[in-house]
Design a protein around this ligand. Structure first.
Ligand code: CU
Length: 216
């Protein structure tokens, strides 16, 4: 009988300890340095997108500050936190350019022949699915991933600044340091329209990627 009471008393203590530990994991400062995805200069017109993100996590609230340069001027750029939560992902290297027939590839591309560009689908196995859409208004879930009208526009010099506090899913908060930030959208020289919005391939083309790391 005495033994049973001890077990009952011990249980709430265990709960308190694990709640405390969860809070500690889901708070802190993180950053990511965004660098161009490897690519052939002739295929993408010499895109050279760099950026810096600082992220402050409090519970599930993520305060994001991000600046980037070298983007297609005057146009919105999709930006996401990507990654398979609970597994360590990485930004793709040029070996991802396999060109196996991405459904959104322009019809001129030849399947199996690398085209010098890592497309949305080719980069996917490295940087994983969308976890958070860094929109300026409204929903921030993966379903807003291509709502380009709600992403921040680069200015006339191709610079972009983004700041928003968003509430992220619990699994994203807990595993933030496994994830990545990816910036999309480039006007390619292969079409004459000088816009990244003329095809899904251009609008979704990953142009910079940075792995999120916790500041120590
Ligand atoms: Cu993305």
């Amino acid at each position: 009988m005495k033994r049973k009471v001890t077990v009952l008393l011990a249980a709430p203590v265990v709960l308190l300890v694990s709640a405390g530990a969860a809070v500690a994991v889901s708070a802190g400062s993180f950053d990511a340095t965004l660098r161009p995805l490897p690519h052939s200069e002739s295929a993408d017109g010499g895109s050279d997108v760099h950026g810096q993100a600082s992220l402050r996590l409090t519970g599930r609230t993520l305060d994001i500050n991000l600046t980037a340069s070298g983007l297609t001027p005057g146009e919105p750029h999709a930006m996401h936190i990507h990654g398979v939560v609970q597994s360590n992902n990485e930004c793709p290297d040029i070996s991802a350019d396999v060109n196996t027939g991405d459904p959104i590839d322009p019809s001129t591309f030849i399947a199996g022949q690398p085209d010098g560009l890592i497309s949305l689908a080719e980069g996917g196995p490295s940087y994983g699915p969308i976890d958070v859409s860094m929109t300026i208004t409204g929903d921030t879930s993966p379903s807003s991933g291509l709502s380009l009208e709600r992403f921040v526009k680069a200015d006339s010099a191709g610079n972009l600044a983004y700041h928003r506090s968003v509430v992220v899913p619990k699994e994203v908060a807990k595993n933030l340091a496994n994830l990545h930030i990816v910036l999309h959208g480039a006007d390619l020289p292969s079409d004459p329209d000088h816009s990244s919005l003329s095809s899904l391939f251009e609008a979704t083309l990953p142009v910079a990627c940075g792995e999120i790391a916790q500041q120590r």
